[in-house]
Design a protein around this ligand. Structure first.
Ligand code: NAG
Ligand code: ZN
Length: 320
């Protein structure tokens, strides 16, 4: 492996681009870009530029379902204003790493094992690529080693912060992660996907009609079963103490819709390099525990069972 094709060109242009190259050397990139951006640092090298990327509470992780710890205090989330369409338009941008939509913080979450309320500030996606007819998965987290086609991240910050940057400093970030699998076409995503052509190049922005956030995630009754662990941002600076929630039920998009991500979006300003495989590989879990909410189980809680057996016992003694 390596960048053999690029090598001759690299030598040819190295004199011309020497100044640019030293600039590029400071840039982080995904593995899929290693041969496109001269000297960029791929995920295994991020820690050389951003120290936190080498710490021990990093994201994403592989979740081993046999090792999760069920936690009764992880009640279902209360999604506030997720069903309301904001009146102001959304700004959607290609930031050179992903497609990201800025939010006004009106959508909020509480409960779900969180303390206080968190407001939604932006969402973005991670995706894979295509190998012939097959989709190559691009989710960041995995479940028992299995990755999904894509992953959506809705970045929330604690209510008292004004922006994501200060919430990162103040350790007040909670990300809601949703896996995305290929399935039925999802009409709710068309207002996003149909506007990708306006933001093909890195740095491009466009305005789109705002949507109800809830229309982009599985129905209300479904996001009750989720995993929780303490991790980091999955892009540099990889800041830690991010509260991660990964919902078990995936979002469905049509496979044509998924393909639009790498067919319409590019990593670079010249629209030469398709944006694909923009995920960080899983990081070691070290001493962390992944918790799982219990709210999907149909069994009544233990104290109810105890009551029933006591009642049966009492009835039995009465009969005797
Ligand atoms: C998108 O970005 C490219 C490269 O910077 C620029 O040339 C182009 O005008 C931009 N397009 C729009 C619609 O803003
Ligand atoms: Zn992300």
């Amino acid at each position: 492996m390596g960048c053999l094709h690029g090598f001759a060109l690299l030598v040819l242009y190295s004199a011309v681009t020497a100044a640019a190259a030293s600039e590029d050397g400071k840039n982080w990139c995904y593995l899929s870009q290693q041969c496109q951006v001269q000297g960029c640092k791929e995920p295994r090298q991020w820690a050389t530029l951003f120290r936190d990327c080498g710490k021990k509470d990093q994201s994403p992780v592989n979740i081993l379902t046999q090792q999760v710890q069920y936690d009764n205090s992880l009640k279902a989330f209360n999604f506030k204003n997720y069903d309301i369409k904001p009146s102001k338009k959304w700004t959607m941008q290609n930031n050179g790493h992903t497609v990201q939509v800025q939010l006004d913080g009106s959508g909020m979450v509480e409960l779900g094992g969180l303390t206080g309320r968190y407001k939604a500030m932006q969402f973005h996606f991670h995706w894979g690529s295509q190998e012939g007819e097959l989709l190559s998965p691009g989710s960041e987290h995995s479940i028992d080693g299995e990755r999904y086609a894509m992953e959506a991240h809705i970045v929330h910050i604690k209510e008292e912060f004004n922006d994501v940057a200060s919430a990162i400093k103040g350790k007040g970030v909670a990300v809601l992660g949703f896996f995305i699998k290929a399935g039925n076409k999802n009409a709710n995503y068309e207002p996003l996907i149909s506007n990708f052509k306006a933001i093909s190049a890195a740095g491009n922005k466009t305005e789109i009609p705002a949507l109800a956030l809830g229309s982009l995630i599985p129905e209300k009754k479904d996001p009750t079963s989720f995993y929780r662990y303490k991790g980091s941002l999955t892009t540099p600076g990889c800041n830690e103490e991010v509260i991660w929630t990964l919902f078990e039920k995936p979002i469905e998009l049509g496979s044509q819709q998924i393909q639009e991500f790498w067919k319409k979006l590019y990593f670079d300003t010249n629209t030469k390099f398709s944006m694909m495989d923009n995920f960080r590989p899983v990081q070691p879990i070290y001493s962390r525990t992944v918790y799982k909410s219990n709210s999907n189980t149909l069994l009544p809680p233990r104290n109810v069972l105890l009551l029933i057996s006591t009642a049966v016992y009492l009835a039995f003694t009465l009969i005797q």
